[in-house]
Design a protein around this ligand. Structure first.
Ligand code: SF4
Length: 317
């Protein structure tokens, strides 16, 4: 039996949920692709890439058999390239286990999915729920924020609940038999109304049931209790263009832009990665490339001799 809170959100989602392509399927491969793409990438950017990726790799079998370089090229524009390699490794594990001849070789439980390479707790829960319709709780940033506000109160008011405590709240909220709709609904609310910096409580269907709203609506100074804006939070952060993650992305982009099966020497690669390039940066570049090679995103073609400038690298074919 659903509570009033649960029914209210389910009704709101039925009337307001966006029609997203991965909400029209229960194919575990397609759900897995969408969930990996949606980590750290916005829905609008994911939609065209999702369709293009599935054109290239229509099933888990095609993805498992592809050259890693092809998969990395198909990931262009999504960022966090390591996700592409993890996705392919998960596909390979599923196929090696006997899928699709044995449909049960695609794990359907959170625990089974977590055994796949590169699949974390969130993705395992999401695939178990959105592909296999299991009534499980899992938390990404949006779900965590909504559950916290709904069940505990504003995140600006201590104490900060432990992760296990929040997950227990999330589990209690899942209506039996309706986990798919519930988890889609709570994610949708977090993405569109209960946003990080500016929750729009005035149009939220859960206002009457929400612990944070009770605090905000009765506080003398609501402003102090509202979340910090992203601008304030980012003030002390290092600019993204100075981070190793940025330069790792530049290296993969440069190799992606090269004709297939083309290796670049570090001397050729360097100026494509840093406009202010000098040979003094060679050890730094070699270290970044080694990290990418360890992650399976690039492959050393030649590492002979002490002349780093002549070492060469390509996408893994
Ligand atoms: S009432 Fe406000 S804080 Fe509570 S769930 Fe809705 S938008 Fe979020």
């Amino acid at each position: 039996m659903t509570t009033q809170l649960q029914q209210t959100l389910l009704d709101w989602f039925a009337a307001n949920g966006r029609d997203l392509p991965w909400r029209r399927t229960r194919d575990p491969y397609r759900v897995l692709v969408s969930e990996i793409m949606l980590q750290q990438t916005q829905v609008e950017r994911v939609i065209p890439k999702y369709h293009a990726f599935l054109e290239l790799f229509p099933s888990v079998v095609e993805l498992a058999a592809a050259a890693p370089a092809e998969v990395i090229r198909a990931w262009q524009g999504l960022g966090y390239n390591r996700r592409a390699i993890n996705l392919q490794r998960a596909a390979q594990a599923v196929v090696e286990a006997g899928y699709p001849a044995d449909p049960s070789a695609f794990p359907s439980t959170p625990a089974g999915l977590r055994d796949l390479p590169g699949i974390g707790a969130y993705t395992a829960g999401a695939v178990a729920c959105f592909a296999f319709e299991r009534d499980v709780a899992f938390m990404d940033t949006n779900i965590r924020r909504v559950v916290r506000r709904l069940s505990v109160g504003p995140e600006t008011v201590p104490p900060e609940p432990r992760e296990a405590e929040l997950l227990a709240h999330a589990e209690r909220l899942v209506p039996p038999g309706q986990g798919w709709s519930w988890n889609q609904a709570i994610m949708e609310l977090g993405a569109t109304i209960c946003t990080a910096a500016k929750p729009q409580c005035w149009r939220c269907p859960l206002r009457e049931h929400c612990a944070a709203y009770q605090v905000w609506s009765t506080a003398d100074s609501q402003v102090e209790l509202l979340p910090q804006t992203p601008r304030r939070r980012k003030a002390a952060e290092v600019p993204f263009q100075q981070t190793n993650r940025y330069f790792r992305g530049r290296i993969v982009d440069a190799l992606r832009a090269a004709p297939p099966q083309t290796a670049l020497s570090l001397a050729e690669l360097g100026p494509l990665v840093r406009p202010e390039w000098t040979s003094e940066w060679l050890p730094w570049l070699a270290k970044l490339v080694t990290g990418l090679a360890n992650d399976g995103l690039v492959a050393w073609i030649s590492q002979h001799g002490s002349e780093l400038a002549h070492w060469s690298v390509a996408l893994p074919e």
